[in-house]
Unconditional design. Structure first.
Length: 333
């Protein structure tokens, strides 16, 4: 099994066949920065001092010409071909509280939430612990490369991880998941990953913002906050944005979790779908800004959703002066 050596202090950690530098580092408790795990954000960049690696994705979006020229690679994509020496700045915040591991899972079933949104239940082998808001890499039969899906439940549920997933038109993985994948199908999962998890130690009310499949981690964080004694009495404001009224209604289940303590606001960006809609209209970041105003600065803010939404939310939070330490998201772009 290849050994990865850290140039800074000669520590080593093993990397199993098919594993990547990032995932092997995290499994060994080494704090390598990351976010997306898919080659998109560039946070896991490292310098290869010695040895040979090969990227899993042929041309990951975050790997630049400058990286190639400087012998830099992406940790989440780089699989070593033998012993290697690598250089990167360790980030104590990236040391996993729960070490990610590869495991088998069995699909228990799917519950449709709307015409293109469903919840999938998978029973996983081994310790099912994760932090609310974290994600797993899920390998879907017949589809090349794993997909990133976030859990929507809490880990105490008898070894079951639940994922709320939107059917992406033309998407290879969701095509299979929403096709005729039978209950009992074996799946491979790797996790938990992700740094945008619930911070019980942050003594503030919460604002959770989601679009599309970003609903799943926000549902988990809402459930986690409601179950967390350190956050007892804290208010939770959930904002969910969809294009149509039918999209927005998918989040309706959240309103029943804790009436009076959890407030759900659903926004529709394109209400002209021939369906009645009396709620807020506009992009979800605009609705958050209009509803919360400068009060956002006093909240812990979590968000997840499509890249355009995530960028717009970030800008809106910065414009309102929300301290960076109170903003939590995983960068999938
Ligand atoms: Fe590797 Fe995002 S590019 S974690």
């Amino acid at each position: 099994m290849p050994l990865i050596r850290l140039a800074a202090d000669d520590r080593t950690f093993p990397c199993e066949a098919g594993d990547t530098v990032l995932r092997a580092a995290l499994r060994s408790g080494v704090g390598m920065s990351y976010s997306c795990n898919t080659g998109a954000c560039g946070n896991c960049r490292f310098e290869l001092v010695d040895g040979e690696v090969e990227h899993l994705r042929a041309d990951p979006p975050a790997w630049t010409d400058k990286d190639r020229a400087r012998n830099r690679y992406l940790g989440c994509q780089a699989a070593p071909r033998g012993d290697c020496t690598v250089k990167f700045r360790e980030d104590p915040a990236a040391v996993p509280k729960i070490a990610p591991r590869r495991r088998r899972g069995a699909l228990l079933g799917r519950t449709d939430l709307s015409r293109d949104f469903a919840e999938f239940a998978i029973r996983v082998d081994g310790d099912p612990a994760f932090l609310p808001g974290q994600y797993a890499l899920v390998s879907v039969p017949g589809v090349e490369g794993p997909r990133v899906y976030s859990m929507c439940n809490l880990p105490g549920e008898d070894g079951v991880w639940r994922f709320q997933i939107r059917h992406v038109p033309g998407g290879a993985a969701t095509g299979v998941l929403f096709g005729d994948l039978a209950a009992g199908t074996d799946l491979l999962l790797d996790g938990p990953y992700g740094l945008a998890h619930l911070r019980p130690e942050a003594p503030r009310d919460l604002v959770l913002i989601a679009g599309g499949s970003g609903l799943s981690p926000m549902a988990s964080i809402a459930r986690g906050a409601l179950a967390e004694p350190a956050l007892a009495g804290r208010s939770i404001h959930v904002f969910f944005g969809g294009r149509s009224p039918a999209d927005a209604r998918v989040a309706g289940f959240l309103a029943d979790l804790a009436p009076g303590r959890l407030r759900l606001v659903t926004a529709v960006s394109d209400p002209d779908h021939g369906e009645e809609w009396s709620g807020p209209t506009g992009f979800v970041h605009e609705v958050v800004d209009a509803e919360m105003g400068d009060g956002l600065r006093d909240h812990e803010v979590y968000f997840a959703g499509p890249p355009a939404m995530a960028v717009a939310v970030q800008k809106a939070m910065h414009a309102r002066g929300v301290p960076q330490a109170q903003i939590h998201f995983d960068e999938f772009y």
